[in-house]
Write a protein that binds this ligand. Structure first.
Ligand SMILES: [Zn+2]
Length: 194
């Protein structure tokens, strides 16, 4: 008894399919190169492309000119909730959510766009970009997993990254109510309060 299923894989692939997969692969390589350029960790590349670990590693060394840093990705949500980091995270997430609502495209491409805009924003105000691309990527994952959310400040009406159970009636953001020592440090590149 012959089964047609066994014969099918031997047939040559349709040229259109081959063409499509090459295009797809080149798009993935291009995306990986962009991500490496933005300083993304290897784990981000593994998650956002279908390229093999070996290929990504080679690509990383070629583009970045060094081996990727080892170790775990930051897992805690705490970083995004500390004062200065929270303001940077909130700025980025506002841009990201605005882009997601106003334009179509894949999430990762939106993230790349939003991260570039975030960088432009902080550069224009001569503030050091505290949020790395990997952190920004992680932040979006935390929001998707409902481990972090955005809450409206009851004083200024701005949207800030908070824990999901923050009481919106009483929430006051880090700019309206900065910690006692905030902005008094002499470190350059930090946020200054007037
Ligand atoms: Zn506020």
């Amino acid at each position: 008894m012959t089964t047609p299923l066994l014969i099918t894989p031997l047939l040559p692939k349709k040229p259109a399919m081959v063409h499509k997969s090459i295009l797809n692969e080149s798009r993935e390589i291009e995306r990986a190169v962009t991500l490496i350029g933005l300083g993304a960790r290897l784990q981000v590349l593994e998650s956002e492309t279908t390229l093999s670990y070996e290929r990504l590693l080679r690509l990383y060394k070629e583009v970045a000119g060094r081996s990727p840093s080892k170790g775990q990705l930051p897992f805690s949500t705490d970083w995004f909730l500390t004062w200065q980091e929270n303001i940077h995270s909130s700025l980025f997430l506002n841009i990201y959510e605005y882009l997601s609502k106003s334009s179509a495209g894949e999430d990762i491409d939106m993230l790349i766009k939003a991260y570039r805009l975030y960088n432009q924003q902080v550069l224009a105000t001569e503030v050091e970009a505290l949020l790395s691309f990997t952190r920004a990527w992680r932040l979006v994952k935390f929001v998707d997993a409902h481990m972090l959310t955005m809450t409206t400040c009851s004083q200024c009406g701005g949207h800030y990254v908070t824990e999901p159970y923050e009481n919106a009636r009483h929430f006051v953001c880090g700019l309206c109510s900065p910690p006692a020592r905030a902005g008094k440090g002499k470190a350059s590149g930090g946020l200054r309060l007037h």
